[in-house]
Design a protein around this ligand. Structure first.
Ligand code: C2O
Ligand code: CU
Ligand code: CU
Length: 528
């Protein structure tokens, strides 16, 4: 089928959706499956090297970054963005773009309410933008896609900054050269945040090359709970990548010189890899004891979705006990046999390896993948038979959050996410900062309705939200708690409640399938 015909049929489908007929019969029909795949958007780049055997390398855990100084209110950090190489596949050197030389970048750990200042210095060959995903951040430090930081020793090129989208008039933003201080008040709940590049039009490529890391926020409420900590509290960044014969990770950009954004036509629904990396290592293995472990699972893939299960499941099932989501702790734990994550989503889970016999190998498998993309990582449980006393447990009550009441919503806004002739649109518009899609008032509760044609994980900057429901029903089983990204299925309608607080200014919301985002499925909202 020709790409043009694809588009015709996208349009037919979305006409149905826009008309309000969002039914499961549409979602389940052949057209949707044929176009986007029910489970996997995008197209796989086939590696040109033999795929590594899974479970050969130990799970790396990114280094925790130390502040360069601290004072009464603030911790100061420095990160240099630079190229580096790493041996990801045995015997091959992979060129990367990195934060401080590693992929993932170093993990930052902050205390809620303590100001964190991160000075980023750009020694990469291209301008960058740093976004703290999930951060409740003033707009001038949020990583607005036009707030470019040009490399040390170069000239700020306002024109290049503004021409990232064909036909786009003026890209607002503050352009700097060399270094930029990002100031994060972190006046927010304990949560697993992450930072990544957000350059206008080129986020898919820069993240693919390695620009992503964790930023964990802790607070007193969470510290008081008897949850696993220290080396039993492990951040897990899942990405998929592919490798060419030299070990490089090819990315199908239309323009290697970074002038025209986007990927070649066949990849416009997302770039997928055929090797699963966890914390930058191919399907690694972690040694664990027969104790509870907390895994902060992040899907940092450009477009791939995962459905993760434990294999074998523990006797009686329910092996993945979710304690948190994007925006921190749930009120109560929620036990699952599987968790589903779209790009940018975080699931905080506790696994009790004491439920398995000593010496068991437990695999974390992706049931949406096949072959190499089904093998995420493994846990080798210590073979010693001595029973260990676990001083950690999962309390029935983890937190207590305000539940938004839809009756209090002052405005309802509807956003339609759909494919168009040249790219991806919201309400028929490709990204255009000259036309913000919403102007919410500070402190006011709003009801946002999202309608989609295909899979789109929708992400809002500035504040976390609560999912009100999907397709006229209540929230799905993965919608609990405070979210900043909601995974929308093909031909789905979902509603969220959100309140933007503290920080007026210009922010973005967008699809977090990075190829959709770069090809303009993004909008500004201006909080006033
Ligand atoms: Cu994780 Cu606007 O992005
Ligand atoms: Cu974000
Ligand atoms: Cu999308």
């Amino acid at each position: 089928m020709s790409p043009r015909l694809h588009r015709r049929r996208f349009l037919t489908l979305t006409a149905v959706v826009a008309g309000g007929a969002v039914t499961s019969s549409v979602a389940g029909c052949g057209i949707v499956r044929e176009l986007g795949g029910n489970d996997e958007p995008g197209l796989v780049i086939r590696s040109a090297v033999p795929l590594p055997k899974p479970y050969q390398v130990p799970l790396p855990v990114p280094q925790i970054l130390k502040p360069v100084r601290t004072d009464g209110t603030t911790d100061y950090y420095e990160i240099t963005q630079r190229t580096a190489t790493a041996e990801i596949l045995p015997g091959l050197r992979t060129p990367l773009w990195t934060y401080n030389g590693t992929f993932p970048g170093p993990t930052l750990v902050s205390r809620a309410g303590r100001r964190t200042v991160v000075r980023h210095t750009n020694r990469l060959p291209q301008p960058v933008v740093v976004h703290l995903h999930g951060g409740h951040t003033p707009h001038d430090s949020d990583g607005y896609p036009g707030d470019l930081l040009f490399p040390v020793g170069t000239q700020a090129d306002q024109a290049a900054a503004q021409s990232a989208m064909p036909g786009m008039a003026a890209m607002p933003g503050t352009v700097l050269v060399g270094s930029r201080d990002y100031v994060y008040p972190l006046d927010q709940r304990a949560a697993t945040l992450w930072y990544h590049d957000h350059r206008m039009g080129f986020t898919g490529e820069t993240v693919w090359r390695g620009l992503a890391g964790f930023h964990i926020v802790q607070d007193d409420e969470e510290q008081a709970l008897p949850l696993p900590r220290g080396d039993r509290d492990i951040p897990i960044m899942i990405t998929d990548r592919s490798f060419d014969a030299n070990g490089a990770m090819p990315y199908p950009a239309v323009d290697d010189s970074f002038h025209t954004p986007g990927v070649t036509e066949q990849y416009m629904n997302g770039v997928l890899g055929d090797v699963i990396l966890v914390n930058g290592a191919p399907s690694p293995v972690a040694k664990v004891s027969r104790l509870r472990y907390r895994l902060r699972v992040l899907n940092a893939s450009n477009a791939r979705r995962y459905r993760l299960v434990l294999d074998p499941p523990p006797p009686g099932g329910n092996g993945l006990v979710q304690i948190g989501s994007d925006g921190g702790l749930l009120d109560r734990p929620h036990a699952h046999d599987a968790i589903e994550l779209a790009s940018a989503e975080r699931f905080d889970v506790v696994i009790d390896f004491a439920r398995y016999p000593a010496g068991t190998r437990v695999r974390l498998r992706n049931t949406l993948g096949t072959g190499s993309t089904a093998e995420v990582m493994a846990f080798d449980i210590d073979s010693s038979k001595t029973a260990l006393a676990d001083d950690c447990r999962i309390p029935d009550q983890l937190s207590k959050s305000e539940t938004f009441d839809k009756a209090g919503a002052a405005v309802t806004r509807t956003f339609l996410f759909q494919n168009a002739e040249n790219g991806w649109t919201i309400n028929g518009q490709m990204y255009d900062p000259a036309h913000p899609l919403a102007t919410p008032r500070l402190g006011r509760l709003e009801r946002w309705r999202f309608v989609t044609d295909l899979h789109h994980p929708i992400h809002l900057h500035l504040d976390h939200f609560q999912v009100l429901g999907r397709n006229g029903d209540g929230p799905g089983i993965y919608d609990a708690g405070w979210k900043d990204t909601i995974d929308l299925k093909p031909a789905e309608a979902a509603e969220i409640l959100v309140r933007f607080t503290d920080h007026p200014g210009r922010y973005v919301f967008h699809c977090h399938n990075l190829e959709h985002e770069d090809m303009a499925m993004m909008g500004d909202f201006v909080v006033h």
